[in-house]
Design a protein around this ligand. Sequence first.
Ligand SMILES: O=C(O)CCC(=O)C(=O)O
Ligand SMILES: [Fe+2]
Length: 240
Amino acid sequence: MDLDIDKFYREGFLILENGLTPKELDCLRNECDALVNHIYNIGLDILEDFGCVIGNDVNPVQSKEKYKSEKETYRRYRLQISDEYSVDLILGKIARLAGRLLPSTRNDKNDGGVYLFNEQFIVKPPRNSRARFEWHQDSEYMDEKSRSVPSIACWIALDDMSKENGTLYIEPYPIIEVQAGTIIFMSGFVKHCSFGNVSSCFRRVYMPQYSAGIVYNPKLSLDQDKSGKQLLALGVPCLN
Ligand SMILES: O=C(O)CCC(=O)C(=O)O
Ligand SMILES: [Fe+2]
C-alpha cells in the first residue's frame, strides 16, 4: 500500500483511504457490536460508564495476563471473540503499516520492533451531543518516560464519518469526513478533537496503537512482562 511517509513526518498524520477490505471491515464491526451489546446487556452505558472508549478490559472472555505480552497467547485470547481476519489485521497488516511510519533509528526507547501497545473501540451512541472529545494530543495521557517511546495511533473508521456523527478534527484542518475503511495514522503529538453524534446511528471507530519499544507503567500494577517490569497497557510483539 502506498504511504506518503514524508507527509506523515511533516504533518503528524496521514489519511489512507480503503485501508481495510470489506471482509476486514465486517469483522471489526461485528466485534464492536458484540462488545457494545455486552455492555448494554450487563446494564452499563457506553457514554456514562466508558466515556465512549471500549478497551480490552471490557472483553467478556477471561484471560491470563500473559496475553498482554505474548503474541501467541494474545492471538488465542483474541480468537475467542474475533475471527482470524481481525487478528491477522491487528498483528499483521496494520502493524506493518504502522511500522513503516514509526522512526527507524534504534536507541534505548526504540528496539526496532512493532508492538501492539493499546487497542480500543471508540463508539458514539446515536443522538448524543455529549459524546465528544476535547482538543488533545494522545501523548498527554502518558507520563514523560512512556511518551519518549515512539508510538502511533491508527484511527480506523468503521462507519462513514461526517460532521453530524462526530468525525475527527485534526489541527489545522477543519474537518475530516472519510468513508468507512479509512485509516488515519496519528502521531501522539498531533492535536485533535471530535464533537457529539447527532445522527440516528452509532458511530464506530477501532483504534489500535503501536509502539517501537515496550511502554512500561511507571506506577505499580499487576501487569508484568517477563522482565518483571509493568506494562502500561499491552506490549504484544507483532512482526516476529
Ligand atoms: O474517535 C474520536 O472521536 C476521537 C477519539 C480520541 O481522540 C481518543 O480516544 O484519543
Ligand atoms: Fe485522541
